[in-house]
Design a protein around this ligand. Structure first.
Ligand SMILES: NC(=O)c1ccc[n+]([C@@H]2O[C@H](COP(=O)([O-])OP(=O)(O)OC[C@H]3O[C@@H](n4cnc5c(N)ncnc54)[C@H](OP(=O)(O)O)[C@@H]3O)[C@@H](O)[C@H]2O)c1
Length: 248
């Protein structure tokens, strides 16, 4: 059985990626930060459909905890999935963090976003790479805001650009092991992210989208799950914007 690690799999986009990937016969290790019950209910839903899944706690901002986390993954792979390696890493966990203009930004808000959205996925990938099978696939969840500039999102959007940059470097550095890396950049998605979007915001964003609506988590989950198959075997070092045609 192939195994995927999906960070932030307790709700929103990560939950949908976990459920849809499990339906394709892949074992799931999903992580949560504080939503243990929500994570456990995703695990139960996967199990009820005949899949295999476990949930582990992880705070992406606590870089020093990643060695211990990787040891836990190693043990879990052996004990729960009967394997020494996993096949897919989805760096999905993220926060919207401090919003506001560049003039309003604080160093604390900046650092929090750097830690969770950039240093987290970078060092987690570094720590888990020895356990990722040759031929594995890393998918980093970016954002449309890495391409277009919206008010009050300078730090968030720029860090997602940096994550896309790291994606290409992952593809380059791990190429000798045939490990691929791609980033998926959703447009607006209807989740609880950053407190969710009110109906006037959804209407405004929908009107800017060629397909006439913003994504729901399933729109993104289905696509990412499709990347975690052999069908995407020649896709590498790419940024794929999944927005229904936003701001074109
Ligand atoms: N929603 C959008 O409009 C949108 C658009 C483009 C890109 N994205 C990106 O898509 C990804 C997922 O977003 P979403 O909309 O699904 O968000 P969400 O509904 O807020 O879910 C966030 C997930 O990340 C976990 N998480 C939060 N802080 C964490 C931390 N410090 N360490 C580890 N895990 C943490 C949460 O765990 P707990 O439940 O335990 O807190 C939860 O599982 C993010 O990278 C985001 O930047 C979102």
């Amino acid at each position: 059985m192939k195994v995927a690690i999906i960070t932030g799999g307790s709700r929103g986009i990560g939950k949908s990626i976990a459920l849809n990937t499990a339906l394709r016969g892949v074992g799931i290790i999903l992580t949560y930060k504080s939503g243990k019950d929500e994570a456990q209910s995703v695990v139960s839903e996967i199990q009820s459909k005949g899949g295999k899944a476990i949930a582990l706690q992880l705070d992406s901002a606590k870089i020093k905890s990643f060695s211990e986390f990787s040891e836990l993954v190693k043990k879990s792979l052996k004990n729960e999935f009967g394997t020494e390696t996993f096949d897919f890493l989805v760096n999905n966990a993220g926060i919207s963090g401090q919003r506001g203009s560049i003039l309003e930004a604080t160093e604390e808000g900046f650092d929090e976003l750097v830690n969770v959205n950039l240093k987290g996925p970078f060092f987690l990938t570094q720590k888990l790479i020895p356990l990722l099978a040759d031929g594995g696939h890393i998918v980093n969840i970016s954002s449309g805001l890495a391409r277009f500039a919206f008010p009050n999102t300078a730090i968030y959007g720029s860090l997602k650009s940096a994550l896309e940059g790291f994606t290409r470097y992952f593809a380059k550095e791990f190429a000798s092991r045939k490990i691929r890396a791609n980033s998926v950049a959703p447009g607006a998605v209807d989740t609880e992210f950053g407190g969710g979007k009110d109906s006037s915001m959804k209407k405004h964003l929908s009107e800017m989208t060629a397909l006439g609506k913003i994504a729901d988590a399933e729109d993104v989950g289905l696509f990412v799950a499709s990347l975690l198959t052999d069908d995407s075997r020649f896709l590498n070092a790419q940024r794929i914007e999944l927005s229904g045609g936003f701001y074109i």
